[in-house]
Design a protein around this ligand. Structure first.
Ligand SMILES: [Fe+2]
Ligand SMILES: [Fe+2]
Length: 319
């Protein structure tokens, strides 16, 4: 579990100037905002003595298109499997530190595993356990689906800290159907009718989710509600929890999945997926996009602009 974010100034930044020594990289308000957004993580923690397990990210490399997220994720998975770990974010100056910390923590939020009152229970621990049992994490596509499910759950709690147990369980199980249809190879780009393909994925997922969760102790009406949410999760609708699930799912596509998506499927299908996913976002949720780090190719798709060769500042480019 991610417990600590350590911020390290660039050796060439103005933080090294004599007048700036000892001045924190984050303002008090930025540190408080990050602590609220990422509970459980000690923000701007002092560098611990000894060899605390940690991953290192350089803020300048973080902006680059060629950043090897697969290598970073592999390292984070290994650290997480061993217990608490820290993240050292280097190459910072005071102008960029808050934004870089926000982007990196968003990308790593599945290792925080925040809960609220509805999910800090023994019952929800059984829901999480059942969800984990279904996933063979040695299979790359199954690992990706597991990470996405946890990430959607975390986005949901960021968007609505009062989300109920049915909505949170639906976030975990919404794509469980892919364990049947796409565990070895993805097929969605071959669909003749993409919406029909997604509707069928949702319909089958509802039955699988209900079957998987039978016996964990959820009341029947909660189980039925989870089935209803999973069964219609590819269409936003007016239902508040369904819209919340769509928002969380769509934001997770951009913050976690989109970089790998463009590598796997190529630009043509990614462009269609970006358009489909943007349509699922409500305006309030879409407002998060400027603070999510996407690869420049994906940012350009979001904007409908030609591909850029270097990462633009999201605040400058995304509506
Ligand atoms: Fe889905
Ligand atoms: Fe999803």
């Amino acid at each position: 579990m991610l417990k600590r974010l350590i911020l390290i100034a660039s050796s060439s930044s103005s933080s090294d100037e004599p007048w700036a020594r000892g001045t924190p990289l984050l303002s008090t308000s930025d540190k408080a905002a990050l602590s609220r957004e990422f509970p459980g993580v000690e923000i701007d923690a002092p560098c611990p003595p000894g060899d605390e397990p940690h991953a290192a990210v350089d803020a300048r490399a973080w902006r680059a298109s060629a950043l090897d997220l697969w290598a970073l994720d592999t390292h984070l998975h290994a650290l997480d499997a061993r217990g608490p770990f820290g993240l050292r974010l280097g190459g910072l100056d005071r102008e960029s530190a808050a934004r870089a910390a926000y982007e990196v923590l968003t990308r790593c939020q599945r290792f925080i595993r925040r809960r609220n009152l509805a999910s800090a229970t023994a019952l929800f621990a059984r829901v999480l356990g059942r969800h984990r049992e279904l996933h063979d994490l040695d299979r790359p596509l199954v690992r990706a689906d597991y990470d996405h499910a946890i990430d959607v759950w975390q986005w949901m709690l960021r968007l609505d800290p009062r989300a109920g147990v049915a909505a949170q369980a639906a976030a975990l199980f919404h794509d469980v159907e892919r364990l049947v249809s796409e565990a070895n190879v993805r097929i969605e780009h071959r669909a003749v009718d993409y919406q029909a393909f997604k509707d069928e994925h949702a319909r089958r997922g509802a039955a699988l989710a209900c079957a998987a969760l039978a016996g964990v102790g959820l009341p029947p009406e909660v189980l039925e509600r989870i089935g209803a949410l999973v069964g219609s999760h590819e269409r936003p609708g007016d239902d508040a929890e369904l819209a919340l699930l769509n928002d969380a799912d769509a934001l997770s596509f951009f913050s976690l999945n989109s970089a790998g998506f463009v590598d796997y499927y190529g630009p043509e299908h990614t462009r269609a997926k970006v358009a489909y996913t943007l349509r699922r976002l409500r305006p309030e949720a879409r407002a998060h996009l400027p603070r999510i780090r996407c690869r420049p190719e994906v940012e350009a798709m979001v904007l409908g602009e030609p591909r850029r060769t270097s990462a633009p500042a999201p605040a400058e480019t995304q509506a």
